[in-house]
Design a protein around this ligand. Structure first.
Ligand code: NAP
Ligand code: COA
Length: 269
């Protein structure tokens, strides 16, 4: 069952940063299938052109623009081009990210800075550059966070710090931009199958199985799960929701729900 009717987003424009693959492309495809016009940016000219082509396959209008989120002027120019073409922008998704496993002592200053620049500064650039082109009132901004922002994971000092910054930025912008009728939220995906992120963080079947054993709902999520949360946050059904980071993670952030953890100790039986 779909809670949204066909073409629920007809006449709306969505701008997705980091939209050439994975979760963000999944969001773009879902909004396209719901009738939205879709603009995508990422670093690679070829990858973003191919992504726009796949979104057009849903029947949507789509445009792909090469822009690095670390380059404010490039991001601002992409927004200006999209607004010129389609008018005010209704939904912005800021999901460009870079990540890899490394102990903190294996990170050079440049490695740490690179991830902060893509994830956190990139998100500021995207949200800030969107401002002049947003539908006001009515726009919905959605950043893509991660569970590491709230619960530390070894070998993720760079990504955890960046995503924690995104959560806080979400709250501050929600306060500052709420009076203009702009809602600012984030989605924190749990482990999502068939993505570059999980290929990097848990590349083996054993690691995948070990993670699934700890998740209360016992499985990885799908790109569709994240896209559906984005549809909700972008819709009028979420008109009174701002400043939240919505966990879509099968309960993983609650803690270890493995069979061992849920077994009552012998002494208490
Ligand atoms: P992905 O396919 O690698 O997506 C990352 C995207 O960001 C790509 O489209 C990449 O395209 C773009 N990108 C990277 N650096 C960029 C830059 N400097 N400027 C512009 N675009 C840039 O990875 P994913 O696993 O789907 O992750 C998508 C989002 O979900 C990320 O924010 C990630 O942190 C978050 N997340 C993922 C998971 C998971 O399970 N996969 C869990 C929690 C959170 P180009 O290479 O073409 O630039
Ligand atoms: N361990 C430790 N350091 C690493 C690393 C790793 N696995 N991978 C890269 N680095 C370091 C580099 O050595 C470099 O530091 P140095 O100059 O001191 O040597 C620094 O990070 C920047 O690397 P570079 O390759 O120049 O950056 P880039 O801007 O071209 O690429 C990355 C950014 C590193 C994040 C790259 O992995 C990327 O493009 N990722 C996008 C896709 C992705 O990560 N998807 C998952 C999203 S959750």
């Amino acid at each position: 069952m779909d809670i949204f009717c066909d073409n629920a987003f007809a006449g709306k424009t969505i701008f997705v940063a980091g939209g050439s693959s994975g979760i963000n492309l999944g969001i773009a495809m879902r909004f396209g299938a719901m009738g939205a016009r879709v603009a995508l940016i990422s670093r690679s000219e070829d990858r973003i052109a191919a992504a726009a082509e796949s979104v057009r396959g849903t029947g949507a209008e789509a445009v792909g623009i090469a822009a690095d989120v670390r380059d404010y002027d490039a991001v601002a120019s992409a927004f200006a081009q999209v607004a010129e073409k389609w008018g005010a922008i209704d939904t912005v998704v800021s999901g460009a990210a870079g990540n890899f496993l490394s102990p903190a002592i294996g990170l050079s200053a440049n490695a740490f800075r690179t991830v902060i620049e893509i994830d956190l500064i990139g998100t500021f650039n995207v949200l800030r550059a969107s401002w002049d082109h947003l539908r006001k009132p009515g726009a919905s901004l959605i950043s893509i966070s991660a569970g590491q922002a709230k619960r530390a994971i070894p070998f993720q000092a760079h990504a955890s710090a960046a995503k924690a910054g995104i959560n806080n930025l979400t709250e501050t912008l929600a306060m500052e931009w709420g009076p203009a009728g702009v809602r600012v939220n984030a989605i924190s995906p749990g482990p999502i199958g068939d993505t570059e992120g999980m290929a990097r963080l848990a590349p083996t079947d054993e690691e995948t199985a070990a993670i699934k054993r700890r998740i209360p709902l016992r499985d990885y999520g799908t790109k569709r799960d994240i896209a559906d949360a984005a549809l909700f946050l972008a819709s009028d059904n979420a008109r009174y929701i701002t400043g939240v980071t919505l966990e879509v993670d099968g309960g993983l952030l609650l803690g270890d729900a493995s069979a061992d953890a849920l077994t009552l100790p012998e002494r208490s039986r």
